[in-house]
Design a binder for this molecule. Structure first.
Ligand SMILES: [Zn+2]
Length: 169
């Protein structure tokens, strides 16, 4: 049984309905939003318009729309930031690291020297991920790490505008 995180109200429903400046791109089934914690500059998430929790809850049209939206924003991120790579990942349930009970698919432009810690576990052990290979993740530093990557609403809006301007037509 997949245990879901509790977030009431759901912050991704709020982002979709009330904080329109966060929306970089949209389709019939998805919204692409800027991540409020910029572990990487330009980090975005594709979310479903519908409030559903995990991969297991998606319809077939939503599945297709999510990857199409992810590819669109990945193209924009490449044009905007010339990253070393594009990382995508998605967590289902508390034990996979899911923090918000609303489906979201991360699309992350990777740059050298970034400050990952709460990201997916494979980053903790791979060279050039900002940590020595084999070093265990110490969750004690997560609060400070989150504080370091929290940027102002104005800066997030500016980043969202920049990415939006580089979306494929
Ligand atoms: Zn929601």
């Amino acid at each position: 049984m997949i245990e879901l995180p509790v977030r009431d109200p759901c912050d991704l429903c709020v982002a979709a309905r009330e904080e329109r400046w966060k929306v970089v791109d949209e389709s019939e089934h998805t919204l692409t939003v800027i991540n409020p914690w910029q572990f990487e500059i330009g980090q975005c998430c594709v979310i479903t318009r519908r409030h559903v929790a995990t991969l297991l809850d998606l319809s077939d049209p939503e599945c297709a729309a999510i990857l199409t939206s992810a590819r669109r924003v990945a193209e924009a991120l490449v044009r905007t930031y010339r990253p070393l790579g594009i990382l995508t990942f998605q967590n289902n349930g508390v034990y996979s690291g899911q923090e918000t009970p609303h489906f979201h698919f991360h699309v992350v432009p990777r740059q050298p020297g970034s400050d990952w810690g709460i990201g997916p576990p494979q980053l903790a052990t791979f060279d050039a991920a900002g940590r020595m290979r084999g070093t265990a993740h110490d969750p004690a530093g997560d609060a400070q790490r989150r504080a370091r990557v929290q940027v102002s609403a104005a800066q997030l809006a500016e980043t969202a505008d920049l990415i939006r301007s580089n979306l494929p037509r």
